[in-house]
Design a protein around this ligand. Structure first.
Ligand code: ZN
Ligand code: ZN
Length: 283
C-alpha cells in the first residue's frame, strides 16, 4: 500500500487518497444542502401533490452516488461511466466475446455452444465488474434494474442485426437452493424481471432448476467445468418448448459452460432457438 509508508514518515500528511476523500465529502455536503433546500421549497409550496408528481420529484431530491466512480448525480451510474461501459465493440454474434482484430471467435472454435446467439453490455473487467459484484455481494438491487434498462435499450438492435425475432420467453439461470437461501435473491432473475417488463416479453423465474449445487467453478478449466456441469439443469415441470425461442438471462458469462448446459436442457425439451442475455462477458 503506497500510503502506509508515507504516513509513517510524515504523520501530518494524509494518505494519497485523502484529497479525493475530502472532495467526495465536500460534494456530499453540497448535495445534502441542495436536498434540504429543495425539500424546504417543496414544503413551502404547500401544494397537494399527486403520487405521479412525487415520483417525478423524489429522484431530484435524492442524489445518488455513481456505482462506478462515486460522483454524486441522479442515476445509479453516471452518464460518463455508462458511456464508457456501453462503448460499441465488435463481438462474436454467438457467444458475445470481444473479437478485437480477430476474424474468428476462439471461444466458439474451442467449444461450439448449444446456444445460438448472445448479447452483452460489456466486458466483465475492471471497473464495470463492480456493477455485478455490488449487485451480488453488496445486495445493490437497483443495479439490476439499471442493467436491465441498458439491455432493453440494446437488445432490439442486436436481434435485428441477426434477423432474430424477440424471444418468446426469458428464463434466468437458477441458483442452487442453498445459494439462493443464503443470498436471498437470484441476481439473474432480478435482471430478467425488469428486462421482460421493459420489452413486453414473458419471463418464467422457475423454468429451469439446478439438479445439484455445482459449487464455484472459478478454479476449474473449461473441460473440468463441462464435466462439473453435465446434466446440471432440469425443467421444473414437464413442459414442451416446441418451436420456441427462449432467452437465458444471467449476470455474467465466463466460459459459457453454464449457459451451454442450460441451453442443452431447453433444446432437449424442444426449444428451437436459445439466445443468451448477460450483463457482462469475461473477455
Ligand atoms: Zn460514474
Ligand atoms: Zn463466439
Amino acid at each position: 500500500m503506497q500510503g502506509h509508508g508515507q504516513a509513517g514518515q510524515q504523520k501530518d500528511q494524509e494518505p494519497a487518497r485523502a484529497p479525493d476523500e475530502r472532495g467526495r465529502r465536500t460534494r456530499w455536503a453540497a448535495a445534502g444542502r441542495q436536498v434540504y433546500a429543495r425539500a424546504a421549497m417543496v414544503a413551502a409550496m404547500g401544494a397537494r401533490w399527486s403520487l405521479g408528481a412525487w415520483r417525478a420529484v423524489v429522484p431530484a431530491l435524492l442524489p445518488s452516488a455513481c456505482a462506478l466512480c462515486g460522483s454524486v448525480q441522479r442515476d445509479v451510474v453516471c452518464a460518463p461511466c455508462a458511456a464508457d461501459l456501453l462503448r460499441p465493440m465488435r463481438r462474436c454474434p454467438v457467444c458475445a466475446l470481444a473479437l478485437g482484430r480477430r476474424a474468428d471467435c476462439p471461444a466458439c472454435a474451442a467449444m461450439p455452444p448449444a446456444f445460438d446467439h448472445a448479447c452483452t453490455l460489456g466486458d466483465y473487467a475492471s471497473p464495470q465488474d463492480k456493477l455485478v459484484l455490488s449487485l451480488k455481494f453488496g445486495h445493490a438491487l437497483p443495479l439490476a434494474d439499471w442493467l436491465a434498462a441498458r439491455l432493453a435499450a440494446a437488445l432490439p438492435a442486436a436481434w435485428a442485426a441477426q434477423r432474430l425475432a424477440p424471444p418468446d420467453l426469458l428464463a434466468p439461470i437458477p441458483l442452487a437452493p442453498q445459494r439462493l437461501a443464503s443470498r436471498g435473491f437470484n441476481q439473474a432473475w432480478e435482471i430478467a424481471r425488469p428486462l421482460a417488463r421493459r420489452l413486453g416479453l414473458r419471463a418464467d423465474p422457475v423454468l429451469l432448476r439446478r439438479r445439484r449445487d455445482t459449487g464455484s467453478q472459478r478454479a476449474l478449466d473449461l473441460a473440468a467445468r463441462q464435466v462439473n456441469l453435465r446434466d446440471a439443469f432440469r425443467l421444473t415441470r414437464p413442459a414442451r418448448l416446441d418451436g420456441l425461442h427462449v432467452a437465458l438471462v444471467d449476470d455474467v458469462m465466463t466460459s459459457g459452460a453454464t449457459l451451454h448446459e442450460a441451453a442443452l436442457a431447453l433444446k432437449a425439451h424442444g426449444a428451437a432457438r436459445v439466445s443468451v442475455i448477460v450483463a457482462l462477458r469475461t473477455p
